[in-house]
Design a protein around this ligand. Sequence first.
Ligand SMILES: [Fe+2]
Length: 201
Amino acid sequence: MQSKNNVLEVEISKEVNCSREIAKWNYWDHEHLDVVHGGYKSVDTLYDADNFCFNYTRVKIPVIPFLSSMTPLFLVQHDEFTQFTYAIQFGVVSRTTIKIEEIKKDKCKITMNYKFHLNGWKKILRPLLKYLIPIWNKKVWLEDLPVKLRRQKVLEMGHRDFIGLPNDISEREGHEIKKTKLPLARPRNSSRDQHPLSKHK
Ligand SMILES: [Fe+2]
């Protein structure tokens, strides 16, 4: 049994003007990570399937610009709107739980729960992590926000991935937003799939 004191828990909830399907899509769109987020230096997707993914990433630690770590990330869609991400950084195991609740068709609430297992010497990291998590969360949230809002807008206009918007301008409104299906399609030879041990190699 682990004592409760070994776990640092931080929970942050926010509302956003997009469908819950788009919020879910954003968490599974590995291609945007190193493009949209300053904190990801590289992302290799080694294996993904319909409810899990194993990524190997280089993550920059916020506020301490010279510090980055190679971080394995295991993502799993636990139920339709609950996702876990397990990470190990500097020997610290963490689990981020993302829960998405619908408020309206085009508005949802995202609850982001962070847990860090700080046993042994790692206890000394508690104040630093407590300080860094909200900074990391705010930065990532603001970077993702225009991505979600833009996708909401273009899906309502009938955009289809790899195809584009309807040619007829009169058909570019009032489209239903479809369910997010995993794994998300990537272009052939995507930069995510170049690691020599990727399932595509
Ligand atoms: Fe993101």
